[in-house]
Write a protein that binds this ligand. Structure first.
Ligand code: ATP
Ligand code: MG
Length: 247
């Protein structure tokens, strides 16, 4: 089945001019080298090692969409710590289609604060809770809360940004997340995800950018480090453990 792609954000260009004394975030090699990258599928993944710059990039995209850098929708104005970078000021976002109605930024590290903000907002407007399954996210486990959050967040055309959704999810719920993606895409969603999970990364016909040699490179699923390392580990677990001196 062929389906047209949902592309609201089509391109990001970095207009920063490199300087010798650049500070964070331009000290991060991939950000320093970034010129532009395009979105040409409903699903775009950004993968790479710890500290390679995925969250910095996603956060800047979220801020450009006027979302709270700590997570949530445009209505979420809470701020716990001022840590987000000023990268967004140097990024130029091209929008191919302005008809999207919803945008949400899910990030593992501030999920707790997002749940608290939903509680606070629903004290002001109890009807809001119906979007989150009828009860406080805090009254659910991490994974249950996350699934309630996304299952109640399919609102047609929208941009959904996820930073490590797997942090909350069991293997089965990672599969359920892939099914959520399909329903959301059919409803008109563009989805951007940073992940370390080979399961979350497996959505078919997606665009995968891997941070490699300090640049964003387009990869096929089977070419990614996540896929190759996980595959190799499962096949050679004892060899890995032996090499690390654990057995
Ligand atoms: N507020 C900050 N000030 C200075 N450096 C920072 C700040 N936040 C992050 N960094 C640095 O920027 C780099 C990229 O961090 P980032 O969080 O974007 O990585 P990541 O790819 O998301 O990693 P992970 O897979 O661990 O989530 C890291 O080296 C990190 O130490
Ligand atoms: Mg990160």
């Amino acid at each position: 089945m062929t389906q047209s792609e949902n592309i609201y954000i089509s391109r990001i260009r970095n207009k920063h001019v490199r300087k010798r004394d650049d500070e964070y975030p331009f000290t991060i090699p991939v950000i320093r080298n970034l010129k532009e990258f395009s979105f040409d599928k409903s699903v775009t993944y950004i993968v790479g090692a710890n500290g390679s710059g995925k969250s910095t990039l996603l956060e800047a995209i979220a801020v450009l969409l006027r979302l709270n850098p700590e997570g949530g929708s445009r209505n979420f104005n809470f701020k716990t710590v001022e840590t987000h970078s000023l990268l967004f000021k140097d990024l130029v976002m091209s929008r191919a289609d302005l008809t999207y109605k919803d945008a949400f930024f899910f990030r593992a590290e501030s999920y707790y604060n997002v749940a608290s903000e939903i509680d606070r907002l629903s004290e002001e407007d109890i009807s809001l809770l119906k979007y989150y399954g009828g009860k406080s996210i805090h009254e659910r486990s991490h994974g249950e809360g996350f699934m309630a959050l996304i299952n109640n967040r399919i609102r047609g055309k929208g941009i959904y940004i996820f930073d490590e959704p797997e942090a909350a999810l069991s293997f089965d719920n990672q599969l359920a997340f892939l099914c959520w993606m399909k329903i959301a895409i059919q409803a008109g969603a563009q989805i951007i995800i940073a992940t370390h999970s080979p399961v979350i990364l497996s959505y078919p016909d997606a665009c995968i950018y891997e941070i490699e040699d300090d640049n964003l490179k387009k990869k096929k699923y089977e070419e990614t480090e996540i896929y190759r390392s996980t595959y190799s580990f499962i096949l050679n677990r004892e060899l890995y453990l032996h090499k690390m001196g654990l057995i």
